[in-house]
Write a protein that binds this ligand. Structure first.
Ligand code: SAH
Length: 373
């Protein structure tokens, strides 16, 4: 995994705290942190030379020991509905995808956290490709920086094109927490992108030790990819459930939500797969499972992709599922499919992943045990 980590100081990926540590280690005054972060995230500096108000000495040091590295855009597609998808090259050479979804006053950026994924959720096209590498914090923040720059003119009437960020692109954020946590901190920091903590969402398939760790390090919003109302079915659809079953997962989430206070809720994502988990009995079981749990539910009708054996649920089943849950008092939204004409919809993000998992069969075990440490 280490070969994709930068050798130089990855300036775009340093949280305010890390930047402060790095600069004070160089004997710089605290205000330098503000200057450098503003150059990077407010003034979009692409070269260290541009930072004209930092000392010559620091610039000379950065020239040798630091870099401003964001993923290179390989292609950009725009959907008829305004959704945009970028293919970007990661350090490892493989490519990831980032999607921007405009919805009225809101603009949501769906960001990737890894190239590929080890978790192998049965309905997900990213999982089909295996795992290649972790993204660095700078590459995660870089996706937001690229999107902001591209969209700036088009959304000049508002402060920012991107109002919300969801880590729901390729990868499992909590198996790359070391990079995701500073990246999210920069997104929420006023010296970074200043996005409200309620509007930056980390989504996980259920890496329980990672959720426990989040409690110590961030107050971003949390989404859980639940997808099934019982362990037997979830074990099949989301294999990590065999390691961290539903009761354990919901406990960790409850704990995280309580720690946030301020009536914050967890988003429950539930993909609807025709004939698999979209029946009335599943809706009833789900509402029992989530009774009293502080959540909002997002129902996501399955988006097919070539080679999948699953089907999109009928409109009737989707409507029933939503109405039943709403009737039971749950705030429940159906996520509309956006950008399907450019394969940008949920679960269609494939990137160009050169799979390394098969060359390193022990990887999944290593990745999972690393998350536990
Ligand atoms: N690994 C994290 C982040 C990836 S986001 C997680 O599992 O939460 C993945 C989300 O995309 C899942 O919640 C799921 O709702 C959605 N998804 C994956 N494949 C999909 C598909 N084919 N159709 C619709 N949604 C899909």
């Amino acid at each position: 995994m280490n070969e994709t980590q930068p050798e130089k100081l990855d300036l775009l990926g340093l949280s305010q705290h890390q930047m402060h540590q790095a600069l004070s280690g160089l004997g710089e005054k605290p205000y330098r942190t503000q200057q450098v972060m503003k150059w990077l995230h407010h003034r979009d500096a692409s070269d260290i030379h541009e930072m004209t108000d930092i000392s010559k000495k620091l610039r000379a040091h950065f020239e040798v020991a630091a870099e401003i590295h964001e993923p290179e855009v390989l292609s950009e597609k725009v959907s008829q509905d305004g959704t945009r998808k970028w293919l970007m090259r990661a350090r490892s050479g493989s490519a990831i995808e980032t999607v921007f979804i405009p919805e009225g006053a809101r603009g949501t950026l769906c960001v990737s956290s890894q190239v590929g994924c080890v978790l192998d959720c049965k309905f997900c096209s990213t999982g089909k490709q295996g795992f290649n590498s972790n993204l660095t914090a700078g590459e995660i923040v870089g996706q937001l920086r690229v999107a902001e720059r591209t969209l700036r003119d088009q959304f000049s009437d508002r402060n920012r094109a991107v109002t919300n960020v969801v880590l729901m692109g390729m990868g499992e954020p909590l198996l790359n927490a070391d990079q995701v946590i500073p990246a999210v901190s920069i997104m929420m920091d006023d010296l970074g992108y200043g996005i409200s903590k309620r509007k930056v969402t980390i989504s996980t398939a259920g890496v329980v030790p990672g959720i426990r760790r989040l409690k110590e390090t961030t107050d971003a919003s949390l989404a859980i990819s639940l997808h099934a109302p019982n362990d037997a079915l979830r074990d099949q659809l989301v294999p990590i459930n065999r390691k961290y079953p539903i009761a354990m997962l919901l406990d960790a989430c409850r704990d995280y939500a309580e720690n946030l206070g301020e009536k914050r809720t967890i988003t429950i994502e539930y993909i609807l797969l025709d004939g698999i988990n979209d029946q009335a009995e599943h809706a009833v079981e789900l509402s029992r499972l989530l009774a009293g749990f502080p959540c909002k539910i997002n129902l996501i009708p399955f988006n097919p992709y070539p080679g999948t054996g699953y089907k999109r649920p009928s409109a009737k089943n989707v409507r029933f599922f939503q109405e039943y849950l709403v009737g039971q008092g749950f705030s429940t939204m159906v996520r509309t499919t956006r950008g399907a004409d450019i394969d940008a919809a949920c679960g269609q993000l494939a990137g160009q992943v050169e799979d390394r998992t098969r060359r390193s069969e022990r990887y999944q075990r290593i990745a999972l045990s690393a998350a536990v440490e």
